[in-house]
Design a protein around this ligand. Structure first.
Ligand code: BGC
Length: 810
């Protein structure tokens, strides 16, 4: 069953009912001001940091679900309804919610009154615009009232949800004309306020939620709406909000537009006040004045369209597979940009207060957006590297506002350092900007500790080589990519978190995943050292040679101690026992080491790679995707940690943890399994599984973190959409391995691994500022032609002007 359809022409997913299985959301914002918006107008806004600068309030896991957000009420005769369906929830005659690139439009109609509510965050402005256009399609005059409403969050989203003894006394607002200001704590340490404005005279307002809702009121039918009158209330403490009341008359056929704006302002300390305790409103007015007319809004909306189109144009595919085009051209790249902006901080499943930016997460997200926004990737790399510690280890997370490591979660995830190499390598292959390696970057943000970036990568490598266990394999630390495989934790205290409890660092528990990652990324490091030899202070031939030696040793250790007979082991626990072995009673086989070892080229020559991937097929693959492990843990194992705390088939305990599927896809391309590689891609692809929307529950236009695995009660059910490394890695898999267009240091390497049923595709790829029009087709005369000239290898050299490429394969 579907709840909408793709409109590829407009790059939209059009939800055609408010009643989706879960809220289906979109993101507004491209720089600092961000909003989440659901198919019924729910969600919240924040400035830069969803924890520290939360502008509007949202209640996670609320009943009924998804209350709040941008709320509008239209009073037409006896009817009260909302142009986004919520909060009034009156059934509408027509309903369409168009989630597009950085905008959402609600097109609804009731009783011959049509509304178009266009919501977006304009480029270079810290505000969200909601332009509501009303059209009277009836034959008689309509006398209407419109109420708007937003509920303010008291800035720090964590405090806002906890510290009520304080919160209920601190709220402060101002009202002036059609603008309602929220200035809680402004008099103290803060330099910011927010405002809600509408571009016409109002007939009333409310800033006190109690006055607006009434003592027992609810958002679906507030007292003000019921009584058709605002109270012009000024909130003193309690719960400040902002609501306008506007009366309108519409003649038959007449149309009018109201421009609502939710804005955020920061002011310099000496410019805070215009009079005693009266905030300086000039900065807000400057934003408001830019969007006074529908023409202003439309112009800005068009600019947003151009912005997104330009980003996505970096990689465009034409093929006969509509779903493939749709994912590659629109939704996958779009999701990649969203993960760039938000890492794992704010979604409908990430509360915005917990996780900030992940070190490994953001490094991996970069793989998916670097081709669209290389300059953003450069800044991101420098930010992330600056949170690395002197010994090469890393803070696991950092706060976007402060860019400081997050001490609550700490360090000890031993794969983290290697992801930095992955990100830097991807950036240099994409841009050719080797100079980044010379950039001075602090350690742990301590001024004075700056060393060139390559030194950071070197320390990543040395962190691994100096933390090896009894089998010569890397120590796992608190966990590796699989956050929930906690081999040094032994937690039996329900009050402690697996992520932060004591890491006993036994010096025994080893990870084969990190070992394979080391082979891949230490190799990238030595390649960079070789290419930029002589230009970098921190690099010496001697040291590079040592690392190359360490890579060989690591390969040997994996071959000898990491092979289980039919697949690769996952780890050794802190008792030296195997994890992910046929000898185990549960958790016999894991997906991660199979993919990573094959990607590292281990066992490709002697058949182990093929054997391992065959085992994955036998034990882990389902029609909905490939599970993380089998059989699931049925009881809690303190020596394995959180992974065994989950019910079978969920999350890391045998769920289809989507992030790991594209690795498997890439591994299959490494051994030439073209059809299986594509099947792996297709099985978890949102567009290809749109018809399963009822089962999946999550949005059919973006990847989710997890689908329930084969041992779960309802296999295939999806959870935790949007903020997942699945997006970046699937883009890497499809663009660089299935379509096989891979940026390399010296050009674009072409090596498609397309399934048998795809005979011809065309890709337009922007690479280092030049457009390449690449046709990949099956044929008998194999080879690579550039502007009609045949090359004797598979790499398109960096060109100076637009280049036509044809690649013929069997
Ligand atoms: C985290 C990742 C982690 C993955 C697997 C995700 O929720 O954001 O950092 O690698 O889970 O455990």
């Amino acid at each position: 069953m579907k709840y909408g359809f793709f409109d590829d022409e407009k790059c939209e997913y059009v939800v055609n009912t408010p009643h989706t299985p879960l809220p289906w959301i979109n993101y507004l914002g491209t720089d600092s001001f961000f909003s989440l918006i659901s198919q019924t107008g729910g969600g919240y806004s924040f400035y830069k940091d969803a924890k520290l600068r939360r502008i509007t309030r949202y209640r996670y896991n609320n009943v009924p679900r998804d209350t709040g957000g941008r709320m509008y009420y239209i009073l037409d005769g006896e009817d009260v309804w909302s142009p986004a369906y919520s909060p009034a929830k009156a059934e509408l005659d027509t309903f369409l919610c168009r989630h597009g690139l950085g905008y959402t439009i609600f097109e609804t109609e009731k009783d011959c009154l049509a509304t178009d509510l266009t919501c977006f965050v304009p480029l270079h402005n810290s505000c969200e615009i909601n332009m509501m256009t009303l059209e009277n399609k009836s034959n008689s005059m309509k006398e209407l009232q419109i109420f708007s409403a937003v509920e303010w969050c008291l800035w720090n989203a964590l405090d806002d949800s906890q510290n009520f003894q304080r919160n209920l006394s601190i709220g402060e607002v101002e009202a002036e004309g059609s603008t309602l200001y929220h200035k809680t704590e402004f008099r103290e340490r803060r330099n910011h306020y927010s405002f809600f404005n509408v571009n016409r005279e109002i007939d009333g307002f409310d800033t006190s939620r109690d006055a607006f809702l009434g003592s027992e009121g609810d958002w679906d039918c507030p007292d003000a709406v019921k009584n058709r009158k605002s109270s012009n209330s000024i909130a003193h403490g309690w719960t400040p909000m902002a609501s306008h009341n506007i009366r309108l008359t519409l003649q038959p056929g007449e149309t009018t537009s109201l421009i609502f704006m939710l804005g955020y302002v920061e002011v310099a300390d000496d410019e805070k006040w215009s009079a005693e305790n009266i905030i300086n409103k000039e900065p807000a007015k400057m934003i408001i004045n830019q969007f006074c007319t529908p023409g202003d809004v439309e112009k800005s909306f068009r600019e947003l369209g151009v912005y997104w189109k330009k980003l996505l144009s970096a990689f465009q595919l034409e093929s006969k597979e509509i779903e493939l085009n749709r994912m590659v051209n629109i939704w996958n790249q779009y999701q990649n940009m969203i993960t760039y902006h938000l890492s794992r901080s704010a979604s409908y499943y990430e509360s915005g207060i917990g996780r900030g930016m992940g070190f490994r997460d953001s490094c991996q997200d970069l793989l998916g957006f670097v081709h669209m926004a290389p300059e953003k990737a450069r800044c991101r790399i420098l930010d992330i590297a600056a949170t690395q510690m002197e010994d090469g280890s890393a803070w696991h997370q950092y706060q976007p506002l402060t860019k400081r490591g997050n001490a609550d979660i700490g360090s000890g995830f031993n794969d983290d350092p290697l992801w930095l190499i992955a990100a830097v390598d991807a950036y240099i292959r994409e841009t050719g900007d080797g100079d980044i390696l010379k950039e001075p970057v602090c350690f742990n943000n301590v001024l004075g500790s700056e060393r060139e970036l390559i030194e950071h990568l070197k320390r990543s490598v040395h962190f691994i080589t100096s933390h090896l266990g009894p089998h010569g394999l890397p120590l796992i630390g608190r966990a590796d990519w699989n956050d929930c495989l906690n081999l040094n934790c032994f937690s039996t205290d329900p009050a402690e978190s697996f992520q932060t409890c004591v890491n006993r660092d036994t010096g025994i528990a080893e990870s084969i995943m990190i070992a394979a990652m080391f082979v891949i990324y230490a190799e990238k490091y030595t390649t960079l050292c070789d290419i930029y030899d002589g230009e970098l202070e921190s690099v010496s031939g001697e040291e590079t040679k040592e690392v190359k030696g360490a890579i060989q040793m690591m390969k040997c250790s994996i071959e000898v101690f990491g092979w289980d007979g039919r697949w690769f082991l996952r780890a050794y626990d802190s008792n030296g026992e195997k994890v992910g072995s046929d000898d185990c009673h549960e958790g016999k086989i894991y997906i991660e080491p199979q993919s990573f070892c094959v990607m590292a080229g281990i066992g490709v020559e002697d058949g182990k790679a093929k054997r391992a991937l065959k085992s994955v097929n036998e034990y882990l693959t389902t029609p909905y995707g490939t599970c993380l492990l089998w059989p699931c843990y049925k009881t809690y194992h303190p020596e394995l940690g959180e992974i065994s705390s989950y019910p079978s088939g969920y999350k890391e305990n045998g769920g289809i943890f989507c992030h790991s599927n594209p690795w498997l896809c890439i591994a299959n391309t490494v051994i030439g399994e073209q059809n299986e590689a594509f099947e792996i891609y297709r099985r978890i692809s949102p567009a290809y599984t749109e018809h399963l929307s009822e089962l999946r529950k999550t949005e059919p236009y973006v990847y989710c973190q997890m689908l329930a695995g084969q041992e779960a009660p309802i296999p295939g059910e999806g959870k935790n959409s949007w903020l997942t490394g699945t997006a970046a890695w699937n883009f890497v898999a499809v663009s660089q391995y299935i379509l096989g267009i891979r940026p390399e240091y010296d050009g674009l390497h072409i090596q498609p691994c397309l399934p048998e049923h795809i005979h011809r595709v065309k890709v337009t790829r922007l690479f280092r500022g030049i457009r390449y029009n690449i046709v990949l087709r099956r044929g008998t005369e194999k080879g690579l032609w550039i502007n009609g000239r045949k090359l004797d290898n598979n790499t398109i050299p960096v060109a100076e002007k637009e280049t036509n490429v044809e690649y013929v394969f069997e």
